[in-house]
Design a protein around this ligand. Structure first.
Ligand code: AR6
Length: 181
């Protein structure tokens, strides 16, 4: 499905984020920026070793990346030129986790805008290994992106959901959501 928000086209689709041709992809990384399973593993596998080489130098410079923050690297062999690595919270049901999750989306858009990136694909951050329930994560993701686009109006945002069930949750939430004016 597709929604227009001011000057931005927002697409919600079922698919593999590594195949997206937006200028950048967002990766659901860990705070060591060490690679892993899930979408992180898929992005490194598809993009090749150039991504980890850049993460190695970021790690040497600043250590890892705390939850809620984001760093940017090349996309290596991906169609996307850049990967923005953000670190979601591990879900325990505390209030602070929603804020950290929102910060992942907000900081990713801010970093993209700062690098003159016009189109960006997001996975559903924290809802795999980090166990954030997608029914709770989807409204946080959507609300934050819609509101951040008022400050940084990118041309296109894609939410790329890996399963039919996740796609259905997003579709439902986006139609139900009272969007910021
Ligand atoms: N395209 C789109 N979405 C995907 C793909 C893909 N190719 N592969 C998986 N997903 P997860 P997290 C979905 O676990 O919860 C890693 O080991 C998946 O179905 O990748 O933030 C990192 O290194 C789920 O809905 O990320 C961290 O240690 C969503 O992506 C940790 O996992 C997120 O699941 C981060 O956990």
């Amino acid at each position: 499905m597709e929604v227009k928000w001011n000057d931005t086209v927002i697409k919600i689709l079922r698919g593999d984020i590594t195949e997206q041709d937006t200028e950048a992809l967002v990766n659901a990384a860990n705070s060591r920026l060490a690679g892993g399973g899930g979408v992180d593993g898929a992005i490194h596998a598809a993009g090749g070793p150039a991504i980890m080489r850049e993460l190695d130098s970021i790690r040497a410079r600043q250590g890892g990346c705390p939850a809620g923050q984001a760093v940017i690297t090349t996309g290596g062999r991906l169609k996307a030129k850049h990967v923005i690595h953000t670190v979601g919270p591990v879900y325990h049901g505390r209030d602070a986790e929603a804020e950290l999750l929102a910060a992942c989306y907000g900081n990713s858009i801010k970093l993209a805008a700062g690098h003159n990136i016009h189109s960006l694909s997001f996975p559903s951050i924290s809802t795999g290994v980090y166990r954030y329930p997608i029914r709770l994560a989807a409204p946080v993701a959507l609300r934050t992106v819609f509101s951040q686009l008022q400050i940084y109006p990118l041309q296109e945002i894609r939410f790329v959901l890996f399963s039919d069930a996740d796609y259905e949750v997003y579709r439902k939430v986006v139609t139900e959501l009272k969007l910021p004016e």
